[in-house]
Design a protein around this ligand. Structure first.
Ligand code: NAP
Length: 254
């Protein structure tokens, strides 16, 4: 029996990386999926990969006017939904001394404000008994130079998940968080992280040293963790977090 048979899911930032892998896993488990993204070309490419059970809508999570149209756009495709994976996000890093107001606002607007108001938009469409999963980060738990604002945006999501899960008890909508450690995705490119190739390689080898399993995670591994929270395998779990980080936050390397 497929775990998400008959369910409809919305995945923000579903055209790439963890979001795309989760869309593939949800579809493999019987769901229909609506992905959001900020770029029509990227969405179209993802839809070609995902096939007939996927649809796409444009919603730039950093633009509140676009986010405020998300509910209507999704409703035009599906009257009701069961699962929301709040995943769209950027990773940008700089020291506190060098942090610009622009970078601060970009990170907070996309990772937190956009996530918050996307949930607000989608709540009326979610069937009672549904599931919301927030993609946070191991950075919400560990200290890392350059990560102040990114980590704060993800810590804000963790707090949001705990508090909104209390609000949604009467509707039996569960809200949980998945906090990945470093994962191989297009996020780890010099362009997306705003680093030189040399800085990127340096950061990659430093990160691997901090992961007791000795490797980055795979997007497919995070997708299966998200599917656990999306499915009836986790019906007695709400306001909780699963850390998927190869032991980075809790173990010491052997
Ligand atoms: N990879 C990791 O090591 C790691 C670790 C912990 C947490 N995470 C979190 O996992 C999530 C997914 O990241 P990923 O690693 O899969 O990276 P990714 O491949 O870059 O995917 C990020 C997705 O979010 C979308 N997105 C970014 N800004 C957006 C905006 N303003 N509006 C709408 N969509 C937007 C991206 O669209 P574009 O393709 O247009 O950029 C893309 O679809 C992020 O929230 C990230 O913080 C990643």
């Amino acid at each position: 029996m497929k775990k998400l048979q008959g369910k409809t899911a919305v995945i923000t930032g579903g055209n790439s990386g963890i979001g795309l892998a989760t869309a593939q896993e949800f579809i493999a488990q019987g769901a229909k999926v609506i992905i959001t993204g900020r770029n029509q070309k990227s969405i179209n490419e993802a839809l070609e990969t995902l096939g007939a059970d996927a649809k796409g809508v444009i919603a730039d999570s950093g633009d509140i006017n676009q986010v405020k149209q998300l509910g209507e756009k999704v409703k035009a495709i599906a009257e009701k939904i069961d699962i929301v994976f709040v995943n769209a996000g950027i990773g940008q890093f700089n020291s506190t001394e060098q942090m610009s107001e622009q970078m601060f606002d970009d990170i907070m607007n996309i990772n937190f404000k956009g996530a918050y108001f996307s949930i607000q938009q989608l709540l009326p469409l979610i069937n009672d008994g549904g599931s919301i999963i927030l993609n946070t980060s191991i950075n919400a738990h560990i200290g890392m130079a350059g990560a102040t604002v990114y980590a704060a945006s993800k810590a804000a999501l963790l707090s949001l998940a705990k508090n909104i899960s209390a609000e949604l008890l009467p509707r039996r909508i569960r809200v949980n968080s998945v906090s990945p450690g470093p994962v191989v995705t297009p996020l780890h490119t010099a362009d997306k992280l705003g680093l030189t190739q040399e800085q990127l390689e340096g950061m990659g080898s430093e990160l691997v040293k901090q992961i007791p399993m000795g490797r980055f995670g795979l997007a497919e591994e995070i997708a299966k963790t998200v599917t656990f929270f999306a499915s009836d395998d986790s019906t007695f779990i709400t306001g909780a977090e699963l850390i998927a980080d190869g032991g980075m936050a809790t173990l010491k390397g052997a």
